[in-house]
Design a protein around this ligand. Structure first.
Ligand code: AMP
Length: 398
């Protein structure tokens, strides 16, 4: 049994999963909340046991990790006897800039490079570093791996990742498309290539959740992806506006007398599904409101589905065709109406979808929505970013 601890550190939170890599089984998972804030709490859910919640001060990420290790090895509710049973730790890191095209074993040079990427992902990278340093202090000598959300997008050609700004914006400020959700796009693409039994296939992956992005790849190498320098570009999302005419930004800042920070908040927190519908950012609420006759909720959903459809068409053109379309994440895996709207009228691409099965297929497992003779296969593949991080960590530390 080889256990990998997967850590996803936020500025005041830390999600963890302990995975037995040989059996691919999650042994325990949980969350530390309000780190550095009054009222810190640890939640711990062993797969074969009862959920535990403990309220105790967690002033730093290091203290939080120590609490996680304590409960994992606790004589009553623990799942392992000793910290030595954790072979390695995999850390989710948001931004690797252009420095990382793959996961990497963490050493001082890597830590410095992650720090150098802070201007590109200020909130996340700072928090990710706190998680790594906390683990290093609490678990000296245990190998650690960084898995970057931007690594997948490093497969893109310059003509696909550059913005047509003065070249200096790229050279001096590293402004380019990086793309996000890379761990998820890579994982479901890998699964699709296996299901197709074709390692060279052209695949479009639709990661549709609270944050959404579409990506496309040939033979497992990213060709394009809808998020950009930041996760704001691309589809309209829960509360993010996605791609808009860039001239709207100075226009609205002037008319509404907004600072750059306020404009950033408007685009990231007050737009998207929430901004259009005025109801919610959650797709279940939007569907309920739309079915009850709320026109703006319907408009938000229609805009979202139209956006996904446009990306699929664009990416099929970019790759000279498509062999497979994958839906994943909260909305992609669960929202049948969204999938139907996106997939309707796509026969021109070679799709023959079983729309009845789309409405009745089981949730939480890999299913094929296309009919057997469909030229393009359509899959729903549940994403599992933690497992992807654990697999990379295992491979690099074996
Ligand atoms: P994620 O960011 O991947 O966790 O996805 C969150 C989004 O998935 C939210 O907007 C949820 O409304 C949506 N979602 C989750 N379950 C369902 C469901 N059963 N039907 C429709 N949408 C869902």
């Amino acid at each position: 049994m080889k256990n990998i601890l997967v850590i996803n550190a936020g500025s005041s939170s830390l999600k963890y999963q302990l995975i037995d890599i040989d059996s691919r089984k999650v042994i325990a998972k949980g969350l530390c909340e309000r780190i550095g804030i009054a009222g810190s709490m640890l939640t711990y859910s062993p797969t074969d046991g009862e959920k535990v919640q403990i309220q105790r001060d967690m002033p730093t990420h290091e203290v939080a990790i120590k609490m996680v290790l304590e409960i994992l090895t606790d004589s009553k509710v623990g799942v392992i006897h000793d910290m030595a049973e954790i072979a390695a730790v995999g850390h989710r890191v948001l931004h690797g800039g252009s420095k990382f095209s793959d996961s990497i074993v963490i050493n001082d040079v890597v830590l410095q490079a992650i720090e150098d990427c802070i201007p590109l992902g200020p909130l996340h990278n700072t928090a990710n570093l706190m998680g790594i340093r906390g683990c290093q202090a609490a678990m000296p000598g245990v190998p650690m791996v960084a898995v970057f959300d931007t690594a997948w997008g490093q497969g893109m050609e310059p003509s696909h990742f550059m913005y047509a700004l003065p070249y200096d914006a790229y050279e001096t400020y590293e402004v380019r498309r990086y793309g996000f959700h890379g761990t998820s796009h890579k994982y479901v693409t890998g699964r699709a290539l296996k299901l197709l039994d074709n390692p060279k296939a052209r695949v479009i992956t639709c990661h549709l959740g609270n944050g959404s992005s579409v990506s496309c790849s040939v033979a497992g190498r990213c060709v394009d992806t809808s998020m950009g320098l930041t996760p704001l570009e691309g589809l309209p999302m829960g509360t993010r506006c996605g791609s808009i005419d860039p001239a709207i930004i100075p226009f609205l800042m002037k008319r509404m007398n907004l600072t750059a920070q306020e404009m950033d908040t408007l685009m990231n927190k007050k737009s998207g599904m929430l901004g259009i519908s005025g109801v919610s950012s959650d797709f279940r609420d939007l569907t309920a409101a739309s079915e009850a006759g709320n026109e703006r909720a319907k408009l938000a959903l229609d805009m979202f589905c139209y956006g996904v459809k446009k990306y699929i068409g664009a990416y099929a053109a970019a790759m000279g065709g498509v062999d497979c379309i994958v839906f994943t994440a909260g909305v992609g895996e669960n929202d049948r109406n969204v999938r139907e709207s996106v997939l309707k009228n796509m026969e021109y691409l070679g799709l023959d979808v079983d729309f009845d099965y789309n409405m009745t297929c089981p949730r939480g497992q890999e299913v094929c929505l296309s009919k057997p003779d469909s030229k393009v296969k359509v899959f729903v593949i549940p994403t599992d970013e933690e497992m992807a991080i654990a697999l990379d960590t295992d491979e690099l530390t074996r």
